[in-house]
Design a protein around this ligand. Structure first.
Ligand code: 9MR
Length: 589
């Protein structure tokens, strides 16, 4: 294998890979028998004709020529695209190009293991719990971060909770490669996954994840999400309804295991964005969990807490998180993730819509108040892919999901048509790029598609939007587009990485993930989507390894130091899980 950058850290050779040496780029996880199947071959001695052989017998099963040659608009690299969709018989095959071979899997259950692992990853991110072998195999670990003693940071001080007050705020998921817990990203991650749930309830009810709650009568997917919801509930100040932005150490921990972490943890500043993301998430969760007896109490509490947080936000509409300004005023200084969103119209919209949808059957409820907020804040009504800081489209998703579930009574004529058309319009535009795309994908055809976390926020996120378009129209081209973006994430891309740890034959081994790096297990925790190619390279001065490319689609490094291209995060796995599970649900329908 080509060693792209080798450095020595305390006598240990560290190799950071940036590219798969095999020029044959395929979805390494698998293709569905009746779906489109394409492979892309980097210009490294193309064959005139490509052959696919049976893995066991070596018998030639398919042969064909490239259907087109695509040129990268950035690097000028040429790529041959081959289409073997006609091969529909399930099995394991070998695609050959000159001296290179690549395995191909075709199966009705192509995504099954990945779908489960993408959710099980959240179990592995649980904070404050022992993670035993029974559920985690090699990745078991003792508990750390009990978070039963967390201090009110001076930025969050109030009359009833002055600075230094001790609060208990245990549980939930670690946000990402770091060990902190952030409300904005938690709310977004939970919200997005519950949107996918509302569209695919029957499918999610079948998923068995082998988690401690597996034996209750609730889908494991909802049990896992409940872990984070319960933590979120502790982040509201019961006195005034405000919600703390994050629970964090002053500085990021080193690359050590949770039980070794000793830094004090703080609840930091209440913000408008945190209150609204919290309100939206709690309202949505209340609606969904209320149908399970064991979560009835939760559902009532969540509903009450949602409205309290919303009221706080209405009374404090512009309290933004500005870490530098905060650090100029208060000690200790806080240098961890900011999730600093300074425009909250979209958060108001999302929260108002979730509360509305949850309360719509409640005759004692002042619907008009929330409708007014929703109408007022719906300023830029065009659909755009949701992200942690751009949650307006979650309002659209939730609305469509609620109509799907509760039926026509929610179909307020114009509003429904607008929501529907805005997604379909977006999806049509996305598909226009495929015929000339280098990787035969709707995503990744503009440099704007590559940034910190783009694997999730651009590729998986776009796939999810396409799935909504598919559900709204029944037109298969949208489903195909979603699968094409999944193909990209799973290996048919410029670096040839299957970007999910533990999956495919060439995947990240060194994610920026403290749990993976410090656990003395060679392989990283499985089922995590890494951030992806990011020409921003915000980490390049902080790491010893060196990027080997600054092309939009190749600016990736499988190095533990690369937090801007190789971190993992709950919001990114939320997109991965939503996309993969939903595609699988469609395939099984
Ligand atoms: O995902 C976040 C990305 O959109 C931002 O550009 C980036 C810089 O602010 O932060 C990312 O979120 C990180 C968070 O701040 C702390 N935990 C790790 C997250 C993933 O890198």
């Amino acid at each position: 294998m080509k060693r792209l950058s080798t450095i020595l850290v305390s006598g240990i050779a560290m190799v950071a890979m940036a590219q798969n040496p095999n020029p044959i780029r395929v979805n390494q996880v698998g293709y569905f028998p009746n779906a489109e199947k394409t492979a892309v071959i980097e210009a490294d001695g193309w064959s005139k004709e490509y052959a696919i052989r049976d893995f066991k017998g070596g018998r030639k099963i398919w042969k064909g020529k490239a259907v087109r040659i695509a040129t990268s608009p950035w690097s000028g690299k040429e790529r041959a695209i081959i289409d073997f969709s006609k091969l529909t018989y399930p099995g394991t095959y070998i695609l050959t190009n000159g001296k290179y071979n690549q395995l191909i899997h075709i199966s009705d259950t192509a995504y099954s293991d990945l779908a489960k692992a993408s959710i099980k990853a959240f179990y592995l991110q649980r904070s404050g719990e022992v993670i035993p072998k029974e559920y985690a195999g090699d990745w078991s670990r003792p508990a750390g971060h009990p978070d039963t003693v967390v201090y009110i940071h001076p930025s969050a001080a109030s009359a009833s909770r002055p600075a230094g007050t001790v609060i208990s705020s245990p549980g939930g998921w670690y946000d990402a490669g770091d060990y902190n817990k952030y409300i904005v990203n938690s709310g977004y991650s939970v919200g997005l996954m519950l949107c996918a749930y509302e569209m695919n309830e029957a499918y999610f009810k079948t998923l068995e994840l082998n988690i401690p709650e597996s034996r209750n009568n609730v889908p494991d997917f909802l049990d896992e999400i409940m872990v984070n919801l319960k933590w979120m509930q502790t982040m509201q100040d019961p006195e005034d309804g405000g919600v703390y932005h994050k629970l964090t150490t002053p500085n990021f921990e080193g690359f050590i295991m949770p039980k070794e972490c000793k830094q004090p943890r703080y609840l930091v500043q209440k913000t408008t964005a945190a209150a609204l993301d919290f309100a939206a998430t709690m309202a949505k969760a209340s609606r969904i969990y209320s149908s399970f007896d064991c979560y009835k109490y939760f559902a009532n509490e969540a509903r009450r807490q949602a409205k309290l947080a919303f009221d706080w936000a209405v009374a404090h509409p512009d309290i933004y998180y500005r870490q530098n300004e905060m650090n100029a005023k208060f000690e200790p200084k806080v240098n961890t993730g900011a999730y600093d969103d300074h425009s909250v119209n979209d958060e108001f919209l999302w929260a108002a819509v979730e509360i509305l949808l949850t309360e719509v059957t409640n005759s004692n409820f002042d619907i008009q108040r929330y409708l007014d907020v929703a109408m007022d804040k719906m300023q830029d009504a065009r659909f755009s892919l949701p992200t942690w800081g751009n949650v307006g489209s979650l309002a659209i998703y939730s609305y469509i999901g609620a109509v799907e579930k509760y039926g026509g009574m929610l179909k307020y004529g114009d509003v429904y048509d607008f929501a529907k058309n805005s997604i379909i319009g977006y999806a049509d535009k996305a598909l226009e790029a495929v015929p000339t795309s280098c990787y035969n994908t709707p995503g990744g055809n503009s440099p704007r598609d590559f940034f910190w976390g783009c694997n999730s926020e651009s590729f998986a996120g776009q796939g999810i939007a396409l799935l909504y378009a598919y559900r709204l129209t029944g037109d298969k081209k949208y489903l195909t587009g979603a699968i094409e973006n999944a193909d990209y994430l799973l290996g048919r891309n410029a670096t040839g990485y299957c970007y999910v740890t533990g999956f495919g034959n060439f995947s990240p081994k060194n994610p920026h993930h403290r749990l993976s790096a410090a656990d003395n297990v060679a392989d990283p925790l499985p089922g995590f989507l890494v951030g992806g190619s990011n020409p921003g390279q915000q980490d390049k001065n902080d790491m010893k390894e060196v990027y080997t490319s600054n092309q939009p689609d190749e600016s990736y490094l499988d190095a533990a130091g690369s937090y801007a291209s190789n971190e993992i995060a709950i919001n990114w796995n939320a997109s991965l899980a939503s996309l993969i599970c939903w595609i699988e649900a469609e395939m099984w329908r």
